[in-house]
Design a protein around this ligand. Sequence first.
Ligand code: KIV
Length: 292
Amino acid sequence: MSSTQTPASTAPITVPAVASRKVRDGSDPLVMVTAYDAPGARMASEAGVDLILVGDSLAMVVLGYRDTLQVTVDDMAHHTAAVARAEPASLIVADLPWMSYHLSTEDTVRNAAKLIRAGAEAVKLEGGRKRLPMTESLIDAEIPVMGHIGLTPQSVHAMGGFRVQAKTSDAARALVDDAKALAHAGCFSIVLEGVPTEVAAMVTDAVQVPTIGIGAGPDVDGQVLVYHDVLGIEDRMAPKFVRRYADVKARSVEALAAYAADVRSKAFPGPAESYHLAADVVETLGLYGSDT
Ligand code: KIV
């Protein structure tokens, strides 16, 4: 199969199937991409992507905020429902937004349940050992949890910006301990964001569940990128870890400019793009001279 062909199978991907995908055991790397609406989900599914993340990056790439802290559970549920309506074969994971899992375990389960009822099959939350009570209560409520450690965008102010994490030996060991604790608590996979390749490899070696990297190098069990970055819809920022596979923003601007020019020159719409009366009605109305 060439790299541009899509896999033939459309069997839905499940949480246990994802949990067993370790590259060291011979599995192919997992592929995850974000999506926030039905067309995006349909494209990801048709491309054979394993997991769709309804990420809280929604705040930045769709809703125009400066960081991810602005989205609410209701925003996330609204977009999760749109993704779910596309019925993708990919597993749908929805981000628990900031402040939806920080106050109490009860609040956490209630908020996660809203995302599950909207169509998510699992939720993702940021943080390591300090999130164990919330993680355990979700798993206790039969809600599968994906962990997210390293550069955790909801901690942007605490981190002093979007900075690569775990650059010292102590921080690297602490990250490994966080991953082990999350895996032990029952997380079915762990996102590793913005960490050195060597540290991502240490974490990946240390846990039996798959790690999914973003800005974490190749030695992980899968990769995730933001939809708007992969397709070149977002062209204002180019983080080092992004590879663009299309130039959709530039092509879209060109297409819209061509449409605008055709409207202004009256080249659009043409006869084939217009509705017409039947000939007898035209005759009855005495419209012989019209361009029908
Ligand atoms: O919200 C998001 O897009 C994410 C990915 C960067 C992992 O959490």
